[in-house]
Every structure is written in C-alpha cells, then in structure tokens.
Design a protein around this ligand. Sequence first.
Ligand SMILES: Cc1cc2nc3c(=O)[nH]c(=O)nc-3n(C[C@H](O)[C@H](O)[C@H](O)COP(=O)(O)OP(=O)(O)OC[C@H]3O[C@@H](n4cnc5c(N)ncnc54)[C@H](O)[C@@H]3O)c2cc1C
Length: 445
Amino acid sequence: MSPPKFRVAIVGGGVGGITLAVALSKYPDIAVDIYERASQFAEVGAGVSCWPRPFKVLKKLGLGDALLKKTPVPYIEDEYVNAMNFRRSDLEQGEYLFTLKSKGNNVQFHRADFLGVLVDNVSPSVKTHMSKRIVSYTQSTGNPSEPITLTFHDGSTATCDILVGADGVKSTIRRGMMQDLSRDPDALKKCSAEEYLACIEPVFSGAVAYRTLIHADKIRAVDPNHRVLNGVWTCFGANKNVATYPISMGKIVNFAAFTVDKDLMADAFNPDPSHRQLFDGDWVRPASAKEFTEKFRGMEKDIEVLLDLVEDGSIWAVHLVRNLPVQVHGHVALLGDAAHAMTPFQGSGAGQAVEDAYILATLLGHPRTTLATVSQALVVYDEVRRPFAIGVARGSQEVGRISGLQTGLPFSEIGEKITGINSWAWETEIDGAVKDAKRMFEERV
Ligand SMILES: Cc1cc2nc3c(=O)[nH]c(=O)nc-3n(C[C@H](O)[C@H](O)[C@H](O)COP(=O)(O)OP(=O)(O)OC[C@H]3O[C@@H](n4cnc5c(N)ncnc54)[C@H](O)[C@@H]3O)c2cc1C
C-alpha cells in the first residue's frame, strides 16, 4: 500500500471529532488518529435534536438508517411537517402560541444512541488513543510542511501533518491557535493581538440549563394525555423556558429547563475584547430535585406536573465561544464547539459540528489537496463554515431571548420570527456549501 498523503490528528472524540473520523474514513489515502482525554467515547445522559440540513449530512455518511432506528420520530424529508410547538407558560393556565413547520423534520435522539451510531461507523483504519489529554501543540511557522508536535498531559508526544481541534468549548487547540495568531505578523494585519487572545476563554451566555430525563410511564401515570408525551414543546416564561421531547423510542422524555439572564443574553456576542461575561462556580454539577425545580415553580400547571416527577438532574452554565476572526492557522483547524459553541435554543451546536466535519473532510479528501496545498483548503473551510455557524450561534441566542420573553416582541409575531431564524435548516442545503467549497478551492490551486 502507498503511504498516506498526510496524517490528520483529531483531538476530541465528541460528535464533531467522530463525525470527522467517519467522513475521512472514505479517503483511504488519509491516515487518521483520534486523541480523546476520556477513557471511552461517551455523551451526557440527555437528548440531542437534529435539523434536516445536518441530518442530510449524516445520511450522506451512510448513518441515516442506523440513526432512524433510534428515534421515535417518523422521518419525512421533503414535505412541510409540524416540527415543534411553542406555548406561553408564564401564566397559571398556559396558552398555545404556534407550531413551527419545517421542510423535513427535526429528529431527536438519546445522546448515547446518537454518538454510539457514529462511533460504530468509524473505520478500523482510524487509530484511537484514549485517556490522551492534549496540553499543547507546536507548529513551525517557518516551514508549514514540518510535522506538528502534540504534547499530552502524561508527558508523551506525537506528530501529525494536520491538526483538528474538536475538543469542545474549553478547547486547548483554540488556546494554542489564538496565542500563535496573536504573534503572527500576517494574522496581525487582520486583528489585534488583544482580539485574538480574547477568544481563548469561553464567555458565559447568560443561560443556565437544568437537564434531566423523566420516564414516560411516570408522566403517563399522572396524566395519560400530557402533551410532552407527543412532539417537541418549548414553553416560554419570564427569563426562563422549558423544552421537552420524547427520546429512546418514546420511553423517556428529555427535559431541559433554562434560566436566561436578560442583560447577559443580550450582550454575549459583544465584540469588545475587554468585555467579559464570567460565571462564578462550577459550570456543570449535579443537582437535587429541590434545587433543580425551585427556579421553575409558578409556571403553568402542566410544567408543575413534570417538576413533581424530577428525581435529580444536572445544572449547566452554558458557555459560548466569541465569534472567532478565523478558525484555521497554517495546518491547524478548529471544529464544532471548539470554534463556535453556542446556546442550545435552536438545538444546533452538534448539527453545526457535523456540518464542519463534512465540509472539512470534503476539502481534505479533494484530489488536489496535498501537503503543499492543505493550508489553502483550510482557508476555504474557514470561509465557508465560520460565517454560517456564527449566524446559527447568533440566531440561537436570539431564540433564547425571545423564549425568555426578553425582546418585547408581540406574541402574534413570535411564530413568524422564530420560523425565520430557524429556516436556514431546511431552506439551505449542505450541497450548496460543498459546491462552493470545491469551487473556491479549485480556483485557488
Ligand atoms: C443543554 C444543551 C442542549 C443541547 N442540545 C442540542 C441539540 O438538541 N442539538 C444540537 O445540535 N446541539 C445541542 N447542544 C450542543 C451540543 O451538545 C454541542 O454543540 C456538541 O456536543 C459539540 O460537539 P463537539 O464534538 O464539538 O464538542 P464536545 O461534545 O464537547 O466534545 C469534545 C470532546 O473533546 C474531548 N476533549 C476536550 N479537551 C480535550 C483535550 N485537551 N485532549 C483530548 N480530548 C479533549 C472531550 O472529552 C470530548 O469528548 C446542546 C448543548 C447544551 C448545553
């Protein structure tokens, strides 16, 4: 067998990193290593939803059938369907607001099922290295063809030709990249060192998520017709909202309630590098039923019924990544939350990681991408993916503000507004982005 055209190291085995590994599996001339800090690939015990645009990517990767076996949602691709329902729940007797219709549905999964299907489809040729936490990397600026050196917490090192940071919101690779950019004379023509360095630390979004799972049978025993047993619901409250949907073939209801701080939500994407939104305390921690539920008491009766069934859960201070000025440098690229962690109010962070992975793999696998041209391929990846994902991140923040009743938007206009914000998910197609990426790259090399 001929040697690989280059060696890609993926740091992080979450949805983004594993999707990239699956997508690169199609290119036998690319060697792939995954480095994951945990001892096994794992997801949190919660749900994850996926809009048509990223779901079509998963179908292109051959994962559609396996995934659809894990969801109670009947999959419809080309018709307008009722995707999710919205209510006003800041009153004792709540009010139905509207049903969002999307072309093709939003599909929901248990996270373990979702990641499990991805992991099962990683090619045996991909080398996985578990319990490997990267602490830094070194890329030669003088000679980009020199291998990149990775250093791990156990003191060991490894090398690669292309490094992809899929290591989540607290990304170590983003830290290294922003530090390098802040010292690179070419990069300093675009932004100041201060602007790059401000992108290292995540920003507190203003949203805190209270996440748990409730067995559908328990809900049915109290109220056999409870609306959360069917369909996706988001319930608006004053500076809070509650989102629910069935997962695990309807056996479990995913319950995510959020408090949303009005000022922090509004200012989270402030571009001023000196603007800091900090969260005081652990970002993720377990919570007792009492602590979990007390913030949401006083919403409509249907929600009280669910709160009474919560046994325990976890509390997450949701953090963002500032809108990056660039997510590639030389032979290093960022992907998923490492590049654009966002609030979950469009259920799209994982979907955007999937899209990043697909476009990046398409460019790396392009026959004209070699060690000599890969930095141009990465620039195209940045130009195609970064503005799109930033748009989704900003839209998610806006939906969070609307569902916390913070924008003053009349109730009669909320349906149209939220539909408009989400419409990228069915009115645009990944094929368009793939075509653009290939054309832009081919024009340059
Ligand atoms: C409450 C909530 C609900 C959400 N709901 C949805 C939804 O419905 N739909 C949706 O699309 N998105 C949703 N999201 C967003 C989604 O969870 C994330 O966008 C997605 O998981 C990001 O995937 P990732 O692979 O980029 O990062 P991660 O899932 O964070 O994976 C990063 C991986 O890197 C590893 N790692 C980290 N540091 C290192 C290191 N130094 N060395 C080696 N490995 C490392 C980690 O262990 C981890 O495995 C939600 C988020 C929240 C908070």
